[in-house]
Design a protein around this ligand. Structure first.
Ligand SMILES: Nc1nc2c(ncn2[C@@H]2O[C@H](COP(=O)(O)OP(=O)(O)OP(=O)(O)O)[C@@H](O)[C@H]2O)c(=O)[nH]1
Ligand SMILES: [Mg+2]
Length: 391
């Protein structure tokens, strides 16, 4: 049972299951590609100094840099108390969706024969939980099939829901693949204000560094000195040089400098931070296009990955973020953050249905190791309010 990292209250069980699953879901990659998905083995290889309580200092360093940004919160996560397993954090984070789904299903399907009204109620619950009309219709059909006029249990409905949600999400659960033939492999990170871009960059840096890769960070959020400082703090802590310009400098120019310097340093990966921007601000979106254009002057194949960071708490607005950032910046993959909070993760089902973009990771906390590869089955079970699988 012991998993050796001594970090979770329920060590190993889910982690090992999850590790296997992450491997199983990983598409075969060629020898010069590496998959940024932490197996249990690599998880353990991260030095203890890079984790709690080291995280506390890491977080507090980042916090001091971000205090004026409304940055990292000063909460109990900083204590030395063992962290909850990631399943528990995901499950409680999704409670806002899953309790409404789970409770709603119990209300509708307790000692009642399945009829049209019950199915309509179910559809309402699913649409309210942001799953989208398409998914709601599919789920309702699956529940109704062959069960009319029969008594169905809430558990049965939850199991059908989990299985249908998993079908939507499985095709998009794809790891971020770093192609070693692209050196440096350039990752551009975009999103609205406060979605978790800079924190996600820190988490990716930690992951890549633990795999022995050299990482250069590009402080492309040139609007605020504090944003540059926030990235510098993470970079110092995680062993990644930070290329930055003067506050107010042109972000595209910074992208050019960062890629050029990273190439000189023979870095494996460049992670470029950008300023948060609302997707309806045309002039700010045009700046992203320019960043992409200028990157291509250094390497015509760059950026190799454009990650849109979505805040799980925003609900429906995420659809328009994916659409517009996707169009303007050529988003190639998604990371959904803050699934440990009062999240509304149902929207990920609607996003998967509508856009089919890969979902690489989910964020379940504020520290550098709170990033988990996206696993469709676990997510689906958590959404449906089912318990962790133990077999
Ligand atoms: N609970 C939780 N908080 C997170 C997560 N990811 C980021 N945060 C917090 O969200 C806040 C904003 O995070 P940042 O990484 O600064 O967001 P950003 O997108 O870079 O913000 P701007 O640069 O201002 O647009 C910080 O307080 C982070 O600690 C997560 O997965 N879970
Ligand atoms: Mg930022």
């Amino acid at each position: 049972m012991a998993d050796g990292n001594g970090e979770t209250k329920k060590p190993g069980l889910f982690g090992r299951m999850f590790g296997r699953k992450a491997e199983a879901e990983t598409a075969p990659v060629s020898s010069n590609e590496s998959v940024i998905a932490r197996s249990e083995a690599t998880k353990q290889s991260i030095p203890e100094s890079g984790r709690a309580p080291g995280d506390g200092s890491l977080r507090s360093q980042a916090k001091s840099a971000t205090a004026d940004l409304g940055g990292a919160r000063d909460d109990e996560a900083q204590s030395d108390a063992p962290k909850l397993s990631w399943w528990k954090r995901l499950k409680s984070g999704l409670a806002r969706s899953s309790s409404s789904i789970g409770q709603g299903i119990s209300d509708v399907f307790t000692k009642r024969k399945l009829d049209g009204a019950a199915l309509e109620d179910l559809e309402d619950i699913l649409v309210r939980a942001d799953l989208g009309v398409g998914a709601a219709t599919r789920i309702v059909e699956a529940v109704g099939k062959g069960r009319y006029d029969k008594e169905v249990s809430a558990d049965e409905v939850r199991a059908i829901l989990a299985s249908e949600v998993e079908k939507s999400l499985a095709p998009v659960a794809k790891p971020l693949v770093v192609d070693a033939a692209r050196k440096p492999f350039v990752v551009l990170v975009v999103g609205v204000n406060g979605s978790g871009k800079t924190t996600t960059i820190a988490k990716l840096t930690q992951r890549l560094r633990s795999e022995g890769k050299s990482v250069v960070l590009a402080a492309g959020d040139t609007f605020r000195a504090a944003a540059i400082e926030q990235l510098r703090v993470w970079g110092d802590r995680l062993g990644a040089p930070v290329i930055s310009g003067a506050p107010g400098a042109d972000a595209a120019g910074l992208a050019f400098d960062a890629l050029t310097q990273a190439r000189e340093k023979q870095a494996d990966v460049v992670l470029m931070d950008t300023a948060g921007r609302l997707q309806n601000r045309a002039e700010l979106m045009a700046e992203l296009e320019k960043i992409v254009r200028v990157m291509k002057k250094v390497d015509e194949t760059a950026p190799h990955s454009v990650i849109l960071v979505l805040d799980a708490t925003v609900g429906q607005n995420a659809l328009s973020q994916v659409e517009i950032f996707g169009r303007v910046a050529g988003v190639t993959g998604l990371v959904m953050t803050k699934l440990d909070g009062t999240a509304r993760g149902g929207i990920l089902v609607a996003i998967a249905d509508k856009f089919g973009l890969p979902v690489h990771f989910i964020g379940v906390g504020e520290s550098a190791d709170d990033l988990e590869p996206f696993a469709a089955r676990d997510f689906a079970r958590a959404i449906a309010g089912l318990e962790e699988e133990t077999a």
